[in-house]
Design a protein around this ligand. Structure first.
Ligand code: 13P
Length: 264
């Protein structure tokens, strides 16, 4: 196991903002424009990504076009088309020029009942389309308190990754988001984050070999803000962060990005 999070062979740290169900078209466009103009000095040192809602994807994509900021959907469906009322397919997202997608977020699992089985289909579908999925795993407070955090995360990973080839690794990002830290102001301690990231890294290496396992970017998510970003991003195997609430303000999000770059 490597000692630090600063692995030279891995791409830059990824600072990703999940805007969830927030922002009108005008607000999303304004935020994207602010990020586009104010991130210039950061993008040569870290990667930036934002995940707006479906209805603002196109406006945000246009606002950041040519800047290097990536845009992700927050969900997608594996069937390309057909009688699936209300769904948006990965094929449609790609058609719009969206190449990233968040999958398996705990809100999708808990509020919308997405199972490991459904998520495995989605992950395969997104990778099959050539997209870059950010696949989320994480335990609830009850699971952590009962000592089941590691087994829960390992099982979520196993369900998602079984059947995938090592080739999938080149587009895959995994986000560890402890459910108890999402939107609560509670953050995993740097040691807790490092411990879980090491476990995830080990699982990936066991499955696909050391070199491939090392190449997958691992993000931490859960109440990340400018004040705690540098410490979290300085941990071994933390290759970036997935930020919710704090990504809705350009200055705060960019301060997180700046903190990440300082650790490299
Ligand atoms: P918060 O940063 O608001 O805790 O949300 C984290 C998250 O769910 C990102 O996907």
């Amino acid at each position: 196991m490597l000692e630090t999070g600063k692995r030279n062979d891995v791409a830059k740290q990824l600072i990703a903002g999940n805007w969830k169900l927030n922002l009108t078209v005008a607000e999303a466009t304004g935020l994207a424009q602010s990020l586009a103009t104010e991130s210039e000095g950061l993008l040569h040192r870290c990667d930036l990504l934002v995940a707006p809602g479906f209805l603002t994807l196109e406006a945000v994509r246009s606002a950041v076009l040519g800047t290097g900021i990536n845009v992700a959907a927050q969900n997608g469906y594996h069937e390309p088309k057909g009688a699936f009322t209300g769904e948006v397919s990965f094929a449609q997202l790609c058609d719009l020029g969206i190449q990233w997608v968040i999958l398996g977020h705990s809100e999708r699992r808990a509020v919308f009942g997405e199972t490991d089985e459904v998520l495995a289909h989605k992950l395969k579908g997104a990778l099959g389309c050539g997209m870059h999925p950010i696949f989320c795993v994480g335990e609830s407070l009850e699971q952590r308190e009962s000592g089941a955090a590691s087994s829960v995360v390992t099982a979520q990973l196993a369900a998602a990754l079984s059947g995938l080839t090592p080739d999938s690794a080149k587009n895959l990002v995994i986000a560890y988001e402890p459910v108890w830290a999402i939107g609560t102001g509670l953050t995993a301690s740097p040691a807790q984050a490092a411990e879980m990231h090491a476990l995830i890294r080990e699982e990936l290496s066991k499955r696909w070999g050391q070199e491939t396992g090392q190449s997958v970017r691992l993000l931490y998510g859960g109440s990340v803000k400018a004040a705690n970003a540098a410490e979290l991003l300085g941990q071994a195997n933390v290759d970036g962060v997935l930020v919710g609430g704090a990504s809705l303000q350009a200055a705060e999000f960019l301060a997180i990005a700046a903190a990440s770059c300082e650790t490299r």
